[in-house]
Design a protein around this ligand. Structure first.
Ligand code: K7E
Ligand code: CUA
Length: 654
């Protein structure tokens, strides 16, 4: 079938009509991935308030996986089972649900490398790292002195650091005391912080290296430079009025807010030279150990912090039209695009002009010792009449920028050469972020753009008051943008990343090696299965293989015992997980990958005989994969006994 044959007929109105039925078959064939065939891209979409990341294939829009990060997930037991519970520990205790906004892929040589995905937890400030070999969350670092960790996470071009900033300023002092202050003192006592997590080159492990204390504004979004601007990272700010209440009004008084420009290389140098002061802090650092399949949570007790007053040349402020949202740097590293959601133009600042202005000390003042550059001296151009409510911009590497317009509900394509609008396409409805694979790196793809829309209304069959949000895939390969596909999304997608499938697929793990399983309660062969009682605690060392659980008969458990089922999946085949569930267990079920051991805790509350079974249809005899645990009254003297098949094993001695 000739692809895109009737493109002259599919003008923007026709492809984007609200009924969505005017698509011609060329659009269908452009996104059609035949059964058994694979997509060209992996895309990773934030789930927003779901606290998860959703993985979709592009161009098909097929959902491949949901990765739990900051929220418990009943699909695979994340945050419910004993293995992963420590991942959700924070200085506030166990937090089972958070708001996840921005996925960013790890980088090498200024481009995405497909090794890890970094994401931010917005509400209880955290940064997480997902390993793209296993598609599992393997590390979460809580960010102290922060609130509303929105302008994060931003990896530098070679992954030296992942950078995170506060949205809400907090009453933090240079001594590290979080003060109990009156909210009337907002203007004087509140400050923001920017955090720098050092990333291990080989293993990806993060470490909070230092923070910078910044003026008490709200920091919204950020992005790192590229090429000539690689040493810099840029943050939009709002509420530079420092209104402590009714920000809807109070934070929109000034005609201009600021872009905060941070020379992260210099900051890292200052920190390494000992310019940072160490202040008390309290934050969790959680890690999943792949060998034991067990997470641990460690509380850290201090953080190093740099004060701008003591670190010349590290920070500059550039005025921008009021209340900006996104800041995006074009592939050349020269153009800094600021999407001012209330502004009537899209200002583009110039990195080279900024350097000249710094050299000439072209300042109009300073805030907390940070020089403020003159707007006109740094301005490259203003994109006129772009649409209403610009939020975010991505690039195609062919000299074009694409901005999302929340209020006028469209994607607007404009040229980085003359800063003129070239094309616009309506999207349904109220777009937030948009994403081009690699569109935030120096070498974007120029094929597809994904619009992530906040409001769905009539796009799909109605599902009651709550509707899935909408993704729309747009063809950007030609002069004119063309709508290709609608597909429903999980939670609220704030930003996404996409990468060519071949950068991830060949490295994808198929199982865990049973030989390498170092879980302290792993049972590597059926002969080693046992039940051990020690005081009130019972440990069941269980194995699962098609199609039985060993042991499948257990006696000697008493009401109120803490029973730990440590189930090892003995399979060494791809895609053969086993599940495990016990009737009446209050918290977890398990889903255990081949070669891994998972644990769940059961405190029986009643006497009786309780069935347990495999919850994942693993073989023709899956339904036979079941057993019983007998629970006797507290203090009864039924001995521990366990078996599978005829032979009953001798009770194990504590
Ligand atoms: Cu990236 Cu939605 Cu968090 Cu803009 S924010 S939309
Ligand atoms: Cu194992 Cu079903």
């Amino acid at each position: 079938m000739p692809v895109l044959q009737s493109c002259s007929k599919t003008d923007n109105k026709a492809t984007g009509g609200a009924t969505g039925s005017a698509l011609s078959s060329d659009a269908a064939s452009a996104v059609y991935v035949a059964p058994g065939k694979h997509d060209e891209y992996y895309s990773f979409l934030s789930g927003g308030f779901s606290g998860q990341v959703a993985v979709y294939g592009l161009p098909s829009g097929r959902l491949l996986k949901v990765i739990p990060v900051f929220s418990q997930n009943p699909e695979n037991g994340y945050g419910y089972n004993e293995n992963t519970k420590p991942m959700l520990n924070t200085s506030f205790g166990f937090v089972p649900w958070d708001d996840l906004h921005h996925p960013k892929l790890s980088r090498a040589n200024e481009t995405t490398d497909g090794r890890w995905l970094f994401v931010n937890g917005n509400n209880t400030p955290r940064i997480a790292r997902i390993d793209l070999k296993t598609f599992e969350t393997v590390e979460i670092v809580e960010i102290p002195n922060s609130a509303g960790n929105h302008c994060s996470p931003y990896p530098t071009n070679n992954n030296e650091y992942v950078v995170a900033g506060t949205r809400f300023s907090v009453p933090v002092t240079p001594e590290g005391k979080l003060q109990d202050v009156s909210l009337k003192e907002y203007k004087d006592k509140f400050r923001g912080t920017i955090s720098f997590l050092k990333v291990d080159k080989d293993h990806g492990d993060m470490n909070l290296d230092f923070q910078i204390m910044v003026p008490g504004f709200d920091y919204d979004l950020a992005n790192g430079g590229k090429g000539p601007s690689s040493d810099w990272i840029f943050f939009t700010s709002y509420n530079t009025e420092k209104a402590g209440t009714l920000k809807e009004v109070g934070a929109s008084q000034n005609d201009k807010d600021y872009l905060l420009c941070v020379n992260w290389k210099l900051a890292a140098k200052y920190a390494a030279e000992g310019k940072a002061r160490e202040i008390p802090a309290n934050y969790a650092h959680n890690k999943m150990n792949h060998e034991t399949n067990q997470a641990t949570s460690t509380m850290k007790k201090s953080v190093k912090i740099l004060l701008p007053e003591e670190c010349p040349d590290m920070l500059y402020l550039i005025p921008v039209p009021k209340s900006p949202h996104g800041v995006d740097i074009d592939p050349s590293g020269e153009n800094i695009v600021i999407s001012g959601k209330l502004a009537s133009v899209i200002p583009v600042h110039s990195f080279s002009k900024m350097q000249t202005a710094i050299k000439n000390k072209d300042y109009i003042g300073d805030i907390n010792g940070i020089p403020v550059l003159k707007y006109e001296s740094v301005l490259q151009a203003e994109v006129k009449e772009p649409g209403l409510g610009p939020l975010h911009t991505e690039f195609d590497g062919k000299g074009n920028a694409y901005s999302s317009m929340f209020v006028s509900s469209e994607v607007v394509k404009w040229s980085l050469k003359d800063f003129k609008v070239k094309d616009r396409i309506p999207v349904y409805y109220s777009i937030g972020h948009l994403m081009i694979p690699g569109g935030d790196t120096k070498n974007p793809s120029s094929k597809y753009l994904l619009a992530m829309n906040k409001i769905t209304k009539d796009r799909y069959l109605p599902t009651g008051p709550e509707l899935a949000q909408a993704g729309q895939l747009i063809d950007i390969s030609g002069e004119k943008m063309k709508m290709l596909l609608d597909f429903p999304l999980i939670g609220e997608p704030h930003y996404a990343q996409a990468i060519a499938a071949e950068k991830i697929a060949p490295n994808s793990a198929k199982m865990y090696k049973l030989d390498a399983n170092k879980h302290p309660y792993a049972t590597k062969k059926e002969a080693d299965t046992k039940v051990v009682k020690n005081g009130n605690r019972v440990d069941v060392y269980m194995t699962a293989i098609r199609s039985h659980l060993t042991p499948d008969n257990i006696e000697g458990i008493e009401v109120g015992n803490e029973v730990y089922f440590h189930v090892t999946n003995l399979e060494q085949d791809w895609d053969v997980p086993h599940g495990f569930a016990v009737m009446g267990a209050q918290n977890a079920e398990l889903l255990i990958m081949p070669g891994a051991t998972n644990t769940f805790k059961w405190v029986p509350t009643k006497t009786g005989v309780f069935p347990f079974y495999c919850t994942d249809f693993c073989s023709a005899l899956h339904q036979e994969m079941q057993g019983y645990a007998r629970v006797s009254p507290k203090g009864s003297n039924v001995p521990i006994a366990f078996s599978t098949g005829e032979k009953r094993k001798a009770p194990s001695q504590p």
